[in-house]
Ligand binder design. Structure first.
Ligand code: CP
Length: 306
């Protein structure tokens, strides 16, 4: 397929067509089986992380380096002129002059759009506040296809912090390209935002909201767990009240379909105990590994090298 992504930004998953999403997944599949060590030789990525990350930052940086490119950047904005009060706009405008592509994670919704407006180099949103995490969604779609061999026809349940969870926001938006059934399991105060439910309705996607995993466990193909995110709560007491609302256990899984796979963008807390790792349903470590190949594909496509 022709590369329509060269030179573009990935700020929101909504900007990608179904064809573009499938193309990224296909390129990632090829790179997983046939590594290309020199594809991005001479190219430089700026990795600008204003908020904590393990998987997204390190897999993006590893992806660039495994394709022969190099990386500059920071994992702590406290070592940059952000500390002296420099605006995000000015920082990214300058950084864009030094590199070929920029990856940014920020604690504020809309920060990736500010970065995209500040530079003409491709910008990849690696998570902006509670808004979106489009590269995680590409990893998630790649992983669903890998473990279920299809997306159409699946019943996918998302559990936990659906209000603030940027991974589930992007995933629910992207799944509107497919014929899926969605179940959203959360306490009423942490349910999926109305604007996403409205989009699903408009696009004819079947969905329901629930308060217990047990209500859907027998029907689902993917159980997408998420962490209740302490850093998004203004009121610590509210976080403490909700943090252990959904803890998966082996007994709950006893009624699951044999093909059920459990995914989680990670990091995990109590919601996904270690005992789940040993079950045939656990697929979150493979999901995290896939971040490397999907981000390789994205870098290569945005830089016009595929
Ligand atoms: N999935 C994810 O975004 O993980 P990190 O916060 O560690 O990057």
């Amino acid at each position: 397929m022709k590369n329509t992504l060269a030179g573009k930004d990935i700020v929101s998953i909504n900007e990608l067509s179904k064809q573009e999403i499938l193309n990224i997944i296909n390129v990632a599949k090829k790179l997983k089986t046939s590594p290309k060590n020199n594809l991005l030789k001479g190219k430089i990525l700026a990795s600008c992380f204003f908020e904590a990350s393990t998987r997204t930052r390190l897999s993006t940086e590893a992806a660039m380096q495994r394709l022969g490119g190099s990386v500059i950047g920071f994992a702590d904005p406290g070592v940059t002129s952000f500390k002296k009060g420099e605006s995000l706009h000015d920082s990214i405008k300058i950084i864009g002059q030094y590199v070929d592509i920029v990856a940014i994670r920020h604690f504020l919704e809309g920060a990736a759009q500010v970065a995209s407006d500040a530079t003409n180099k491709p910008v990849i949103n690696c998570g902006d506040g509670a808004n979106q995490h489009p590269t995680q969604t590409l990893v998630d779609l790649f992983t669903i296809l890998e473990c279920q061999k299809k997306i159409d026809g699946l019943h996918i349940a998302m559990v936990g912090d659906l209000k603030y969870g940027r991974t589930v926001h992007s995933l629910a938006e992207a799944l509107q390209h497919f014929k899926v059934t969605l179940s959203f399991i959360a306490t009423p105060s942490l349910q999926m935002p109305d604007y996403i439910l409205g989009n699903l309705k408009k696009n004819g996607i079947k969905f329901n909201t629930y308060e217990k995993i047990e209500q859907v466990i027998k029907k689902i193909d993917i159980l997408y767990m998420t962490r209740v995110q302490k850093e998004r709560f203004a009121d610590p007491a509210e976080y403490n009240r909700l943090k252990n609302s959904f803890i998966l256990n082996i007994k709950t899984l006893s009624g699951a379909k044999p093909n059920l796979k459990i995914m989680h963008p990670l990091p995990r807390l109590n919601e996904l105990p270690l005992e789940i790792d040993k079950t045939k349903h656990a697929y979150y470590f493979q999901q995290a590994e896939n971040g490397l190949y999907v981000r390789q594909a994205l870098l290569a496509l945005l830089l016009g090298k595929i």
